[in-house]
Design a protein around this ligand. Structure first.
Ligand SMILES: Cc1cc2nc3c(=O)[nH]c(=O)nc-3n(C[C@H](O)[C@H](O)[C@H](O)COP(=O)(O)O)c2cc1C
Length: 326
């Protein structure tokens, strides 16, 4: 195991996996801005073990993204073992297991957050993954299914006993979905009970709130989710510890958006490029004054020329109204 690589995850400031948002282009931009490691969007272990072309699409990455983990979700040990063996030769640095996704379709099938109610199944998935690979295996969890059904104190040790090398914990219950204040004391409890490094996750939208989450919980590292969407500069601020570096210069919107578009063109079929870019543009517009009119335009973008026009309007808004509040 390459200790430096896994340390970039366990003791770093890492881009969280976000389905539909953290594609290869965005992961590259975040790494350039200082993210110490990245993770793919969640990939179905069942689809992967069948080598489904649709699932394999999510495995594409470039060397610039490394260290990179691939995140698997599912509910069947043999799928995890086969998938782990398959991805081991693809250049990934670690394998992460999703035990936190609250979405009904995923949880109802016994995957994601529902594993927090079935610890024997979760530990069996970790065991199967470890047996299929020589890569480090990590697990991403929540605090439990609900405040009435927290994960047991023994969970971090059980995961470590199966061979997991780190745990990322989103400081919410499944019943919280994605809202409400992040529960720092819950993360702290996991940290206290864990023999392996723990990354804290949740509500890290500013340099101060993110570093405070890590330091107040005793976590070794941070996983940054929605705060990074449309705002890869957050990593620059976090790595330097200087909040002013998280604010882009007005010219940087153009640079980042054009770069994002050009990287997407390398691997996204032409007919889908603008469709996917629209979601990212809406994220980049977060906090802009007059954002709703700009958003209307962003969601209809269909050509390079329209991207250029939108950027020009963003630059006008920036010069007239100042930098957005992210
Ligand atoms: C749109 C979206 C997609 C997500 N997809 C995944 C995923 O594929 N795998 C995963 O483990 N978590 C996923 N998450 C959860 C995030 O990784 C993270 O745990 C959560 O957003 C809390 O962190 P934050 O408050 O910093 O956003 C997703 C979250 C969002 C908002």
């Amino acid at each position: 195991m390459n200790e430096n690589v896994i340390e970039a995850y366990t003791h770093g400031i890492v881009l969280a996996p976000m389905a539909g948002s953290t594609d290869s282009a965005f992961r590259r931009l975040c790494r350039r801005m200082g993210a110490t490691a990245v993770v793919t969007e969640m990939v179905a272990a069942a689809g992967l073990s069948r080598k489904s072309a649709k699932t394999c699409r999510y495995l594409r990455f470039t060397p610039e993204e490394k260290p990179i983990g691939v995140q698997l979700f599912g509910n069947t040990p043999i799928d995890f073992e086969r998938s782990a063996a398959l991805v081991s030769d693809m250049g990934f640095d670690f394998i992460d297991i999703n035990a936190g996704c609250p979405v009904k379709k995923v949880a109802r099938s016994g995957s994601g957050s529902s594993l927090l109610k079935d610890i024997p199944k979760l530990t069996a998935l970790v065991r199967a993954t470890v047996s299929g690979t020589s890569l480090p295996v990590t697990v991403k969890i929540r605090l439990g299914w609900s405040p009435e059904e927290p994960v047991p104190d023994a969970l971090p040790r059980l995961l470590a006993d199966e061979g997991a090398v780190a745990i990322a914990v989103h400081g919410r219950y499944r019943s919280d979905m994605f809202s409400g204040k992040v529960r720092k004391e819950g993360i702290e409890r996991i940290v206290r009970n864990s023999p392996i490094p723990v990354l804290a996750n949740g509500e890290s939208t500013s340099v101060q709130s993110a570093l405070d989450l890590r330091d107040s919980t005793g976590a070794t590292g941070l996983l940054i989710g929605r705060g990074a969407l449309g705002n890869p500069w957050l990593f620059r601020g976090l790595i330097s510890g200087d909040p002013s570096k998280a604010i882009p210069a007005s010219t940087e919107y153009r640079e980042i958006i054009m770069e994002h578009l050009s990287m997407m063109k390398e691997y996204v079929p032409t007919e889908y490029v603008y469709h996917i870019l629209r979601g990212h543009l809406v994220n980049y517009l977060r906090g802009f004054r007059g954002a709703s009119a700009l958003r209307e335009k962003a969601v209809r973008i269909n050509s390079d020329q329209q991207v250029e026009e939108l950027i020009r309007e963003m630059e006008i808004a920036l010069s007239e109204e100042g930098m957005p509040e992210k």
